[in-house]
Design a protein around this ligand. Sequence first.
Ligand code: NAP
Length: 310
Amino acid sequence: MENVIIIGTGCAGWTAAIYTARANLNPLVFAGEQPGGLLTTTSEVENFPGFPEGVDGFELMTRMQKQAEKFGARTQFKIIESIEKTEEGHFEVQVRGGDLLQAKTVIVATGASPRLLGLENEQDYYGKAGVTTCATCDGAFYRDVPVVVVGGGDSAAEEAIFLTRFASKVYLVHRRDELRASKIMADRAVNHEKIEMIWNTALTEYVPGENNRMKAVKTQNLVTGEEGELEVEGVFIAIGHIPNSQFLGDLIDRDENGYILRKPGFAVTKTEGLYAAGDVADHVYRQAITAAGQGCAAAIEAERFLTEQE
Ligand code: NAP
């Protein structure tokens, strides 16, 4: 019987691992589909406290892993398929293609996966060569150059507005002729002098440039069929995220977008002993440091629960 199983190895998962390991709970950590989480898809992280020169996203996650393992966390590079709670009150955790494990508590830190456009060679450019899904992370790398944001929701509007601080011009490409974003955000984006709206349009092709930048993107008007090209160095895709909460079944409540609902202000879910941290439960902040904070909160909750049980 494990004390704690932690699922996910982004900032939330590793922070939960550091805390539970230091509390002598000997956590078992599952790295999941994307070991290291979303930060490994970005290049330099400039806003994580304690790194005034910035830190490579992959390196930051490797350091967190080392720190957790130094205190006794065990890591398995496997995927959890499902979890059930038994009548005795513990969890049965099914590893894909493998064991059925028993645990007293589970911390879910499986994150949310950004939706991508599915264009040719997108994975080669994503996070490395001009295609990103995080303006907060990567916006500052696009000073005084044109960029394009794709999407029509609050995220797209927010990212476009944020990017006006850096970019010389921001194109906002949306597949319809009206934004889905809340009116206040939509108005701000549409009326911003640095933002040019490109309605009824889809991106059809990336045109890579030099120095890990784009040169342009090809577009198509979805009403007229007219093809076009935008000269941009960065492409920010903001067409929503998919929280990785499906495998939890009825153990949790979700909001309408699939994010795990927690007791407000706490890391606890509706199921006793099951905690949630980071992007799988947070569509508001979605930052490395807030995910880490929530991982810490989940670990403290698990530790207190186990102490009470004893
Ligand atoms: P969202 O509201 O689901 O919007 C996704 C946008 O992407 C939609 O405009 C959609 O177009 C477009 N889209 C989806 N798939 C596409 C594809 N394959 N190609 C091109 N476009 C595509 O997602 P979100 O903006 O990330 O927001 C998620 C939730 O977080 C929302 O509830 C939002 O209000 C909230 N949020 C709030 C704030 C804030 O209040 N400050 C900031 C960010 C997010 P259609 O419109 O045609 O469907």
